[in-house]
Design a protein around this ligand. Structure first.
Ligand code: AOS
Ligand code: ZN
Ligand code: ZN
Ligand code: ZN
Length: 400
């Protein structure tokens, strides 16, 4: 098994070292009922309020030890802004998970029909900026470092909006929000090529996100959502570039087959996740601690807590595999252009079954050996279903 590295013992050590520092953030919206644009299938155990989201996130963290923070969505989780901070603080203590990145909402309000931070109306832009600044205040009150900016703005038809004027408007908006940050806070700019807009989105790719981040100020970085690329795009190369430019803020992890499917990380193409993680373990250096690994998935068919545990476990396994690559040996083979040997060394790490080493790591860290099995045995989901079923049944009729 060891043509990728030195010894079985060395492998275990690398896995342990990698996992000790690996943390991945859970999305609050991944625990509540969500669906597709065609409707939603309600789950009886889905979280119906902020406390239940914290309870679920706390459960995932208790089982995996790797997800101590939960991303909050301002409109859905802290609708009263900083006034809700006290409640969040008490939930953090009660459930053992802290608030993570703060996500403003620039896509739901009717006023954003033609855009938010890049809307042709100065008044609406100002309202969107005000919401983002309020989100920064929420983050300050919760000691959250990151404001995650997903800007859904765009246009559906050629000629219907000015691509160029919207660049100016968005740059100005982002700069104003950046100025509201505390020195230790960051603004993460997420890009996406389409959806909900279908002709262009204002932040369509990593080049645009990078330039918006640069013009906003030094505390702005790029957020890579793995599902926000065209099919053939080489995501690990983007990651390598962003590291090179010291501009990688973090990730929204998920997998996809077609578009922004938000499926379980590594369920379709685990090799791609491995390749992304390899760029990080080999190239992040002292940037590593500042890369926010976050999950952006909301499962409408899989059980939510189950799916999140599965995701965290998958992330740990793929990260551990990436850590197995003997980087010095690989560099030597690359320099000598021993192509097949280099590729085999790389692939060898990917194909190594790290599950026993990961399970061993869990046991030595006082965590359940098999988090999914422990979840099933605990009856947590069944209890949640009993407590929440009536409230969730209500959400069917209110949707329809
Ligand atoms: C949307 O496609 C983006 O991935 C967003 O990052 C995310 O789903 C949203 O911010 C959640 O509110
Ligand atoms: Zn995302
Ligand atoms: Zn996505
Ligand atoms: Zn997305």
């Amino acid at each position: 098994m060891n043509n990728h590295s030195g010894s079985a013992h060395g492998d275990t050590e690398r896995v342990f070292q990698a996992l000790d520092s690996f943390r991945i953030e859970l999305p609050s919206w991944g625990f509540s009922n969500t669906g597709t644009r065609f409707g939603k299938f309600v789950q009886p155990a889905a979280a119906t309020n902020l406390e239940e989201k914290f309870a679920d996130a706390g459960q995932v963290n208790a089982l995996t030890g790797a997800s101590p923070t939960v991303a909050l969505h301002v409109l859905w989780d802290t609708p009263n802004g900083v006034k809700d901070a006290a409640e969040v603080r008490s939930l953090e203590t009660k459930y053992g998970v802290r608030a993570g990145s703060i996500n403003p909402n620039l896509f739901q309000d009717q006023k954003y029909k033609f855009g938010s931070l890049a809307n042709p109306s100065a008044e609406i832009r100002q309202q969107a900026v005000a919401h983002c600044i309020e989100s920064v205040e929420v983050a300050k009150a919760l000691d959250s470092r990151d404001i995650s900016m997903w800007i859904s703005d765009g246009a559906n038809y050629p000629g219907s909006q000015s691509i160029r004027r919207r660049i100016d408007w968005l740059q100005e908006s982002l700069k104003t929000i950046h100025d509201a940050l505390r020195p230790d806070q960051r603004m993460l700019v997420e890009y996406k090529p389409f959806e909900p807009a279908f002709y262009f989105t204002d932040v369509a790719d990593w080049g645009m996100a990078l330039e918006y981040a640069r013009s906003a100020g030094p505390q702005a970085k790029v957020l890579v959502d793995t599902g926000h690329h065209y099919q053939a795009q080489n995501v690990e190369q983007i990651v390598a570039w962003l590291l090179h430019l010291k501009a990688l803020g973090g990730f929204h992890f998920n997998d996809r087959k077609y578009a922004d499917d938000d499926l379980t990380l590594g369920s379709i193409d685990p090799y791609q996740v491995f390749r992304i993680f390899y760029e990080i373990v080999s190239g992040a250096g002292d940037q590593l601690n500042d890369i926010a690994f976050m999950i952006d998935q909301s499962h409408n068919l899989k059980g939510k807590v189950e799916a999140m545990v599965q995701t965290v476990v998958a992330a740990q396994e793929l990260y551990a595999k990436a850590a197995l690559v003997d980087q010095a040996k690989l560099a030597g083979l690359q320099d000598e252009c021993r192509l097949v040997e280099a590729e085999e060394l790389f692939r060898g790490a990917f194909y190594t079954d790290v599950r026993p080493a990961v399970a061993q790591w869990r046991v030595t860290r006082g965590l359940p050996h098999d988090p999914l099995k422990t979840l099933y045995e605990s009856g947590y989901v069944e209890r949640a279903a009993k407590q929440r079923a009536a409230k969730n049944a209500g959400s069917v009729s209110s949707y329809a």
